[in-house]
Design a binder for this molecule. Structure first.
Ligand code: ATP
Ligand code: MG
Length: 282
């Protein structure tokens, strides 16, 4: 058993801040001295870009690891910005993996098998963040069988909870059939714009539905956050004194301090009461 916390960042809704949250929570914990691995499971490769990892087509990456052609060790790269931060990058080659994996043995456990073989212990990783694509396919399933914790970023905008019911349903199914330990350990409110009433309303609604699993720290909308990837950096490395970077540092420390979120009996492992769960699932 590894002592690392493995956290899958998932939400099949696009552009909600999955990648930004994965790389900045990772960078913040690495800056605090934790040893952190980011696994990029999105063919877009945005997480790889943000931590400064090479990810042109043909580079050893999560694609080769999932197919069993390379080990995690071979595909891992150090981040140029922090000696505690590492990345298994994603290249565009990963776009074919959803289909190519279908015929492989243990297709839902390819990532699990590649990481839980002594590799994490040998490096002494404290945290592994897995960045998922905006879909609920085999790549996201591989992330959810590999980790025990799921962190869901929710954008403080219209339709914030759209699709969340379906995501909870999937987590429930994976718990039932593939990974009994899987549970929601955090919900992170992202792109919060304090000038709008809407952001406040969305935040309140999410807190009333999900309760204590929602992190107290909220990530504000900030230009610096969106600029950073253009420099191949996380905002934590690019502009540590910006509001966005400080919010990610605070959220990372909260995640670290409170440890794994122990599901409350009234809300269960999915983090919402059965009534609200039924309502969200529609
Ligand atoms: P996808 O579903 O495509 O993988 P995602 O959920 O990973 O998207 P991100 O790529 O992290 O979302 O963010 C979407 C866009 O919003 C990006 O351009 C990102 O730079 C920007 N963004 C994320 N968080 C913030 C923020 N706090 N302030 C401003 N811009 C942000
Ligand atoms: Mg992304």
């Amino acid at each position: 058993m590894t002592s690392a916390r493995l956290i899958t960042i998932a939400n099949q809704k696009g552009g909600v801040g999955k990648t930004t949250s994965a790389v900045n929570l990772a960078a913040a914990l690495a800056a605090d001295g934790r040893k952190v691995l980011v696994v990029d499971l999105d063919p877009q490769g945005n997480a790889s870009t943000a931590v400064g990892a090479q990810h042109t087509s043909g580079t050893d990456s999560s694609y080769e690891v999932l197919l069993g052609d390379r080990t995690a060790e071979q595909a891992m790269q150090p981040s140029p910005d922090n000696p505690n931060l590492f990345c298994i990058p994603a290249t565009i080659d990963l776009a074919g993996a959803e289909i190519e994996m279908v015929s492989l043995v243990r297709r839902e456990f390819r990532l699990y098998d590649a990481l839980h073989n002594g590799f994490l212990e040998s490096h002494g990783f404290d945290y592994v963040f897995i960045d998922c694509p905006p879909s609920l396919g085999l790549l996201t399933i591989n992330a959810m069988t590999c980790a025990e914790e799921v962190l869901i970023p929710i954008q403080c905008e219209y339709y914030a909870l759209e699709g969340v019911g379906q995501l909870l349903g999937n987590i429930g199914m994976i718990r039932e059939h593939l990974n009994q330990q899987l549970h929601i350990s955090g919900i992170l409110l992202t792109m919060f714009d304090a000038r709008t009433k809407l952001a406040e309303q969305v935040a309140n609604e999410v807190r009333s539905q999900f309760g204590a699993v929602v992190l107290g720290n909220v990530i504000p909308r900030s230009i610096r956050v969106s600029e950073a990837p253009g420099f191949g950096k996380t905002v934590v490395a690019y502009d540590p004194s910006s509001t966005g970077a400080m919010a990610y540092v605070a959220a990372a420390r909260e995640l670290d301090l409170r440890g794994d979120y122990v599901p409350h009996p009234s809300t269960g492992a999915i983090g919402v009461s059965p009534e609200i769960y039924a309502e969200l699932e529609g």
